[in-house]
Design a protein around this ligand. Structure first.
Ligand SMILES: *Cc1c(COP(=O)(O)O)cnc(C)c1O
Length: 380
């Protein structure tokens, strides 16, 4: 890698951003600045538009990483005597279970195998069995393995049972199609630094206005109170407390590029091409994805690690990084894996290049056995 150039980030975030997005961070903004507050307002409008939320939905942004907004959404929207069902097939679902426990909200941790999607049928059965469940918190793309959960089916199950649905769409929003008119939900959580290709530092909740407005005084925490943030922002146009000004400015320019590219369908097309170029290239080297094609979201791909004794993730990571590409460790409990992201300001050319970097790394490490053993694939 040429010194001074950033490596390409093929991770679940932070992601590689475009030069234009980086350049948007070269100005300092004051929090009282009307032009800055107009930028915040325009971002709020644009993200509601992405899900076709119309006038019934609003966007409340919050400082911090995506998890802060998940926690704020649950703390603000779930009543203190509510009960949350979490269909759990991975690390980000497990994080929501932890959040509920921290916040003292009753939670049903519904285990789903990490290579199986959460479906309407699974949620329907759980809601039938326990009428005291008030909310379902569903991760759309479970970034732990790269699994696409059946949001449509889960939404229908929630509607049929009259329960509230909160979606963690952190790694899918703006890339996978989500239309609240076709797939009703009460709230959806996403962030600046994922498929909108901004920089990390703020999350946001797109929430049904009438619901949010009924939640004054429900949050357990001042800083995490989405209702308070909303009321203040509506009244003053300003953020409550210091805004992440550079993150907001970068997100504005990132959304401009998203719209210029052609919006969600074009972004999905680019990520899908990235994903198939990656999987095809890696297959030629012997690598096998952990998930079946039908459940593989074009966001991040989990590959079985080579069973060769010469393999260890740390060296593999360092040697591909030295060739310009940052990979990510696996997050599965049963089998040894690593992950390669398909999202960010990267195209199929970068995916061909990362495959080439991996090929050179295999040679340099002396790894001959790449394909997983039959036993490892069966354990999956
Ligand atoms: C990235 C991500 C989050 C948020 O993670 P942070 O590290 O807090 O940004 C939450 N859920 C999913 C599914 C994610 O991919």
């Amino acid at each position: 890698m040429i010194r001074g150039n950033d490596p390409i980030l093929l991770t679940p975030g932070p992601l590689t951003t475009s030069l234009r997005t980086k350049q948007a961070m070269l100005s300092d903004w004051g929090s009282w600045d009307a032009a800055f507050n107009a930028v915040t307002a325009s971002i709020r409008r644009d993200v509601v538009e992405i899900i076709n939320g119309g006038d019934d939905y609003t966007c409340v942004p919050l400082q911090g990483s995506g998890t802060f907004s998940v926690e704020a959404a649950i703390g603000t929207l779930v009543p203190r005597d509510g009960k949350v069902l979490v269909p759990n097939n991975g690390a980000y679902c497990a994080r929501i279970v932890r959040i509920c426990k921290y916040l003292g909200r009753a939670v049903v941790d519904l285990a789903v195998p990490e290579d199986q999607p959460a479906t309407g049928a699974i949620v329907d059965a759980a809601l039938s069995a326990d009428p005291s469940i008030t909310h379902v918190a569903q991760v759309h793309c479970e970034t732990g393995a790269g699994m696409l959960n059946d949001l449509g089916g889960v939404s229908r199950a929630c509607s049929a049972h009259g329960r509230s649905l909160i979606v963690d769409a952190m790694s899918s929003f703006a890339a996978l199609p989500i239309d609240v008119r076709a797939t009703p939900f009460d709230a959806l959580v996403a962030a600046s630094g994922k498929c909108l290709e901004g920089v990390p530092g703020m999350g946001f909740v797109i929430v049904k206005k009438s619901l949010l407005e009924s939640r004054a005084g429900n949050a357990h925490s001042l800083a995490m109170d989405m209702h308070d943030q909303y009321v203040y922002m509506e009244k003053t146009t300003q953020w409550r407390y210091t805004p992440p000004t550079h993150v907001v400015a970068a997100l504005r320019v990132a959304i401009d590029q998203f719209l210029e590219e052609g919006g969600q369908t074009k972004r999905l097309a680019r990520y899908s091409a990235n994903c198939s170029t990656l999987i095809d290239g890696m297959a030629k080297l012997g690598f096998r994805p952990f998930l079946k094609p039908a459940t593989q979201a074009p966001i991040i791909v989990t590959f079985h690690a080579p069973p060769d004794p010469a393999y260890d993730f740390k060296s593999f990571y360092e040697m591909t990084r030295d060739r310009g590409y940052i990979l990510y460790p696996g997050k599965l409990t049963q089998v040894e894996t690593f992950r390669v992201g398909c999202i960010g300001a990267v195209d199929a050319n970068e995916m061909r290049n990362v495959v080439s970097a991996v090929e050179q790394t295999l040679v340099a490490m002396g790894i001959r056995q790449v394909a997983p053993s039959a036993a490892a694939r069966k354990a999956a």
